[in-house]
Write a protein that binds this ligand. Structure first.
Ligand SMILES: Cc1ncc(C[n+]2csc(CCOP(=O)(O)OP(=O)(O)O)c2C)c(N)n1
Length: 937
C-alpha cells in the first residue's frame, strides 16, 4: 500500500478553479509523499472537534477509513461518508445512534448508506489517476513516435496499449472521447469526460507536476504524453529499485527539463555538420568504395560526444569503446579524432604495408588517442578496440580491457575508466554473446561498473526486416535482464538524442550500472554503398528517398529560432570541408601504411620508437629451491589467524606439506609454484573460469572458506611475499565465449601480466570458438598485436565420453597454419584426407585423424612434460627441475591415471608475461610450429 500521510486541512474541497499553487505551498518539498485527496464538498476544518492537536489523529483515521471503512469506529465512518456526500459544514458529524433504535435514527442510517457510492467514486477516481500515471510510465514508450520514417513501430506493434488513455499526437478531444469511452466500457478507469477538469493530487511517484502538487486530469494526461509519448520512449519500470525509478522519472517527467542553451544548440549543429559532411566527403572522393556509412544516423557522433563530455565532467578520464562496421570511420575521425589523412590514405589501394596486419584495416583495427576534452578542459584518453567482422564478438573484449585498465590504475569503482559499446539492432538482438556479456556486468571480478550501450537501430539487418529478425518487441530487450534502463529515441530529433545521452552518462556515473540508448534511425543507403536496398525493402526506401537529412532539418530549425543564421551555417560547413580537403591532400604523401598506428593498447615501454619490441630474449627463468619450498609451505597452510577450514581440506593441505618436504609436486602444487614465483617478480596473475577457485577436480583450493563465518575467505597465494604482485582468482559465470573474450581483453591491456582462462573441461572451449578463431589464432597477422592469454584446457581419457576426452589441441595447430598447401601432419606420408584442398572426410577419418593428431601431440608432450605423482618414478624431481629451469615448460602435464590433463594451447604463452615477444617460443616446444601466424610464446 502507498505511504499515506497528509494533514486534515487538506480534506478541503478542491476544484479546478483553485490555484494549485496554494496547495503546493502547503506541501513539504521533500520527501515527496503520497496525497490521495481529491474533492470533498464540505470544508471539514469547520468541524468543531477539528482542533490543531487532533488533526494528526483525524488524518490517521481518514487513511485507515479510506483503506477499509470498517476499520474505524462507526461514528468516523459516518462522518467521512457525510463529508464526502456533501454535508454542510458542521453537519457531517452525527452523534452515535442511541441504544434504543428509533425511526429517526433508522432513516438517518439510510441517508448515510446512500453516501456510499460517492465514497467509492472518490477511491476509484483516485486509483484511476494513479493507474493512468503508472500506465504511461510503464507503457508510454509503446506509443512514442520513435521511427523517423514514420512507417514501422519501433516495438513492432502498431496497437496502442489498452490502458493509455489518449492518442499520441495531441489531446484531440474526439480521439480522447472515443478512447475514454472504450476504457470506461472496458472498466479500466471509470473516469469520464466530466472528470477531465477535476483536479487531482499527484502521487509521489510522479514529477509531472513540477512545483505543483495537483493538476486537472486534462493537464495530467497532457504532461504524461509530453514525458513519455513524444520522441523519447523510456523503458524502466521493470527496475526493482525505487530510488533508481524515481531518478529516471524525475529526469523525464519534470516539466521543461529538456532545455538547451543557444551555445549547446550551436555545438550540436557543428557536430552534426562534421558527421554529415565527413560521409559526404568520402562519398565524393571514393563513390564506389565500401565504407558502411552512417547516413541516416549521423546523430551518432553528437550522441557519443555527449556521453564522453558528460562522463569527463563526472571524472572519467579514459573511455574504451567497441563498435561494429557502421559509422566506424566517422567515429574514428570525429570522436576519437584520428588524423583524417590516416583514414583517407586507407582508401589508396596502392599503399604498401610497412608492417604485419591484414587488409580491411579501416573497418577492423582500433585506435588509441589522448587529448583534451574541449567541453570540460580535462584530459581524456579514448580507445576504440579492434573488432573482427564477427558482430558483437568485441563486446566482452572491451569489457575485459576496461576491467584491466581500471585494475591497473586502482580505479575500484569505475570512476576513472569506463566503456561504451555500440551495437547494430539486428546483431544486438541476435547474437548470444550480448547476453553473456550483460551477465558479466554485475559480477565482482568482471564488472566495469556500468557500460553505456548505444544501438544504431536502423531498423534493418543487411537485407533482413526486423519483423523477421527478432521475436522480442525491441532489439534492446536483452538488456532488461540486468535491469538496465533503456532510452529509445527518434534519431531525427538531435536534441532528444543529446538529452538521453546526457541522462545515460549521468545514470552510469550515479548508479554504476549499464544503460542503453536506442537510436531509432534509418539507413539511407544499402548495407554498404554498393548494395541496392530496393530489392528487398522497396517501401521503406521510397520513404527514405523523401527523407530530409537530419542536418538540414536541424539547421532549418535553429535558423527559424534565430540561434544561427544561414551564412553562419554555411561557413561551418565550408570550414569542415576545407579541413577534409587539406587532409586529403596530405594523405597523398603517405607512401606506406603503418598498421601500428591503428593499435588500441599502446603497451608503453614495450616497444622501441620504431615500433619494434625492446627485447626479443627470454629472461632467465630459474628459481632457487628455497623459494619453491616457501611457496609450497604457504600453499599447504592457512596464513590467517582464527580461520576454520574444512576437515577434508586440512588433509589435502597436509599432504601438500608432505610433498614439499619430500621434494615432490603434483599438478596443483606445481601450478602454485609457477604462479608464486611470478608473483614474487611483480607479475600480476589473473586466473578466471568456471569454478577455478577450488578447481573443477577439487585439486587447486586457491580460495579457502571459513567454515564458521559467511563470505570469509582467504587466498594464501596473496600471502607469499611482502611486495608481491596481486593474485586474482575468480569463479566466472557459466559462459565460455563471454569469459574467454573478457580475459583476452584483460590480457590485451598489458604485456606484463599472466592472464589465464580455464575451461571446465578442455572441449568446452569450442563454445568460445569465435574468440579463438578471430582474435587469438590470427593474433599478430590480423591484429598486429599478440596477446599473452593462456588457455588451460584440462582433458583426459577418464570415461567421460569421447568429446570430453580431448580438448582437440590439433585444431589449434590447424588454426595457426596459413600455408594453403601444408598441414602440420606428423607421418612421413601426407594424409590425403587432411590436405586442405578437396579433402573430404571419408569413412576412415577418425582413424586417420587419430594418426596425425592426438597421438602425435601426446607423444610430443610426453617427451617434454614432468610425470605426475601417480607415476612415482622421479616425478617430483622432474617437475621441480622444470620449475627450476623454465616455468614456461612446467604446465604441460599428462597422466593416464589422473583425470585432468592440463594443456597450454598454441594460443597462449607465458613468455608474454615474462616480457619476451609472444610467438618466439611455444610452451610445448616442438609441438607448436614456428610460424608467423603462430600465437604462442
Ligand atoms: C556473427 C556475424 N554473423 C553475420 C555477419 C554478416 N553480417 C554483416 S553485417 C550484418 C547485418 C548487421 O545488421 P545490424 O546489426 O542491424 O547492423 P547494421 O549493419 O544495420 O548497422 C550481417 C548479418 C557478421 N558480420 N557477423
Amino acid at each position: 500500500m502507498f505511504n499515506l500521510r497528509t494533514c486534515a486541512a487538506k480534506l478541503r474541497p478542491l476544484t479546478a478553479s483553485q490555484t494549485v499553487k496554494t496547495i503546493s505551498q502547503q506541501r513539504p518539498a521533500a520527501p515527496r509523499t503520497f496525497h490521495p485527496i481529491r474533492c470533498y464538498s464540505a470544508p471539514v476544518a469547520a468541524e468543531p472537534f477539528l482542533s490543531g492537536t487532533s488533526s494528526n489523529y483525524v488524518e490517521e483515521m481518514y487513511y485507515a477509513w479510506l483503506e477499509n471503512p470498517k476499520s474505524v469506529h462507526k461514528s468516523w465512518d459516518i462522518f467521512f461518508r457525510n463529508a464526502n456526500a456533501g454535508a454542510a459544514p458542521g453537519t457531517a458529524y452525527q452523534s452515535p445512534p442511541p441504544l434504543s433504535s428509533s425511526l429517526s435514527s433508522l432513516s438517518q442510517a439510510q441517508f448515510l448508506v446512500q453516501a456510499q457510492p460517492n465514497v467509492d467514486k472518490l477511491v476509484e477516481d483516485h486509483l484511476a489517476v494513479q493507474s493512468l500515471i503508472r500506465a504511461y510510465q510503464i507503457r508510454g514508450h509503446h506509443v512514442a513516435q520513435l521511427d523517423p520514417l514514420g512507417i514501422l513501430d519501433a516495438d513492432l506493434d502498431s496497437s496502442v496499449p489498452a490502458d493509455i488513455i489518449t492518442s499520441t499526437d495531441k489531446l484531440d478531444l474526439a480521439v480522447f472521447k472515443e478512447r475514454l469511452r472504450v476504457l470506461t466500457v472496458g472498466g479500466f478507469y471509470g473516469l469520464d469526460e466530466s472528470d477531465l477538469d477535476k483536479v487531482f493530487h499527484l502521487p509521489t511517484t510522479t514529477f509531472i507536476g513540477g512545483n505543483e502538487s495537483a493538476l486537472p486530469l486534462r493537464e495530467i494526461i497532457r504532461r504524461l504524453e509530453m514525458a513519455y509519448c513524444q520522441h523519447i520512449g523510456v523503458e524502466f519500470m521493470f527496475i526493482n529499485d525505487l530510488e533508481q525509478c524515481q531518478w529516471i522519472r524525475q529526469k523525464f517527467e519534470t516539466p521543461g527539463i529538456m532545455q538547451f542553451t543557444n551555445e549547446e544548440k550551436r555545438t550540436l549543429l557543428a557536430r552534426l555538420v562534421r558527421s554529415t559532411r565527413f560521409e559526404e566527403f568520402l562519398h565524393r572522393k571514393w563513390s564506389s568504395e565500401k565504407r558502411f556509412g552512417l547516413e541516416g544516423c549521423e546523430v551518432l557522433i553528437p550522441a557519443l560526444k555527449t556521453i564522453i563530455d558528460k562522463s569527463s565532467e563526472k571524472g572519467v578520464d579514459y573511455v574504451i569503446m567497441g563498435m561494429p562496421h557502421r559509422g566506424r570511420l566517422n567515429v574514428l575521425a570525429n570522436v576519437i579524432r584520428k588524423e583524417l589523412e590516416q583514414i583517407f590514405c586507407q582508401f589508396d589501394s596502392k599503399l604498401e604495408a610497412a608492417d604485419e596486419g591484414s587488409g580491411d584495416v579501416k573497418y577492423h583495427l582500433g585506435m588509441y588517442h589522448r587529448r583534451i576534452n574541449r567541453v570540460t578542459d580535462r584530459n581524456i584518453t579514448l580507445s576504440l578496440v579492434a573488432n573482427p567482422s564477427h558482430l558483437e564478438a568485441a563486446d566482452p573484449v572491451v569489457q575485459g580491457k576496461t576491467k584491466a585498465e581500471q585494475f591497473y590504475c586502482g580505479d575500484t569503482e569505475g570512476k576513472k575508466v569506463m566503456s561504451i559499446l555500440l551495437h547494430g539492432d539486428a546483431a544486438f538482438a541476435g547474437q548470444g554473446i550480448v547476453y553473456e556479456t550483460f551477465h558479466l556486468s554485475d559480477l565482482p571480478s568482471y564488472t566495469t561498473h556500468g557500460t553505456v550501450h548505444v544501438v544504431v537501430n536502423n531498423q534493418i539487418g543487411f537485407t533482413t526486416d526486423p519483423r523477421m529478425a527478432r521475436s522480442s518487441p525491441y532489439p534492446t530487450d536483452v538488456a532488461r535482464v540486468v535491469n538496465a534502463p533503456i532510452f529509445h529515441v527518434n534519431a531525427d530529433d538531435p536534441e532528444a538524442v543529446v538529452y538521453v545521452c546526457n541522462v545515460a552518462a549521468e545514470w552510469r556515473s550515479t548508479f554504476h550500472k549499464d544503460v542503453v540508448v536506442d537510436l531509432v534511425c534509418y539507413r539511407r543507403n544499402g548495407h554498404n554503398e554498393m548494395d541496392e536496398p530496393m530489392f528487398t525493402q522497396p517501401l521503406m526506401y521510397k520513404q527514405i528517398r523523401k527523407q530530409k537529412p537530419v542536418l538540414q532539418k536541424y539547421a532549418e530549425l535553429l535558423i527559424s529560432q534565430g540561434v544561427v543564421n544561414q551564412p553562419e551555417y554555411e561557413e561551418e560547413i565550408a570550414k569542415y570541408d576545407k579541413i577534409c580537403e587539406e587532409a586529403h591532400a596530405r594523405s597523398k604523401d603517405e607512401k606506406i601504411l603503418h598498421i601500428k598506428h591503428w593499435l588500441d593498447s599502446p603497451w608503453p615501454g614495450f616497444f622501441t620508437l620504431d615500433g619494434q619490441p625492446r627485447s626479443m630474449s627470454c629472461p632467465s627463468t630459474g628459481l632457487n629451491e628455497e623459494d619453491l619450498t616457501h611457496i609450497g609451505q604457504v600453499a599447504s597452510s592457512v596464513p590467517v589467524e582464527d580461520f576454520t577450514i574444512h576437515g577434508g581440506l586440512s588433509r589435502i593441505l597436509k599432504t601438500r606439506g608432505e610433498m614439499v618436504k619430500n621434494r615432490t609436486v603434483d599438478w596443483a602444487l606445481a601450478e602454485y609454484m609457477a604462479f608464486g614465483s611470478l608473483l614474487k617478480e611483480g607479475i600480476h596473475i589473473r586466473l578466471s573460469g568456471q569454478d577455478v577457485e577450488r578447481g573443477t577436480f577439487s585439486h587447486r583450493h586457491h580460495v579457502l572458506h571459513d567454515q564458521n563465518v559467511d563470505k570469509r575467505t582467504c587466498i594464501p597465494m596473496n600471502h607469499l611475499w611482502p611486495n608481491q604482485a596481486p593474485y586474482t582468482v575468480c569463479n566466472s559465470s557459466l559462459s565460455e565465449y563471454g569469459v574467454l573474450g573478457f580475459e583476452l581483453g584483460f590480457a590485451m591491456a598489458s604485456p606484463n601480466a599472466l592472464v589465464l582462462w580455464e575451461a571446465q573441461f578442455g572441449d568446452f572451449h569450442n563454445t568460445a570458438q569465435c574468440i579463438i578463431d578471430q582474435f587469438i589464432c590470427p593474433g599478430q597477422a590480423k591484429w598486429v598485436r599478440q596477446n599473452g592469454i593462456v588457455l588451460l584446457l584440462p582433458h583426459g581419457m577418464e570415461g567421460m565420453g569421447p568429446e570430453h576426452s580431448s580438448a582437440r589441441p590439433e585444431r589449434f595447430l590447424q588454426m595457426c597454419n596459413d600455408d594453403p598447401d601444408v598441414f602440420p601432419v606428423s607421418g612421413a606420408q601426407p594424409d590425403p584426407l587432411l590436405t586442405p584442398r578437396g579433402a573430404l572426410p571419408g569413412p576412415d577419418l577418425p582413424h586417420k585423424a587419430e594418426g596425425w593428431g592426438w597421438p602425435r601431440m601426446g607423444s610430443v608432450r610426453r617427451d617434454v612434460m614432468p610425470s605426475c605423482p601417480h607415476q612415482q618414478r622421479g616425478a617430483a624431481g622432474r617437475a621441480l627441475s622444470h620449475a627450476g629451469s623454465t616455468k614456461a615448460q612446467l604446465s604441460p602435464v599428462l597422466c593416464s591415471v589422473c583425470p585432468p590433463v592440463l594443456w597450454e594451447g598454441a594460443a597462449g604463452g607465458w613468455g608474454g608475461s615474462r616480457g619476451c615477444v609472444p610467438g618466439a617460443a611455444g610452451p610445448s616446444g616442438a609441438a607448436v610450429p614456428r610460424h608467423p601466424l603462430t600465437h604462442t610464446c
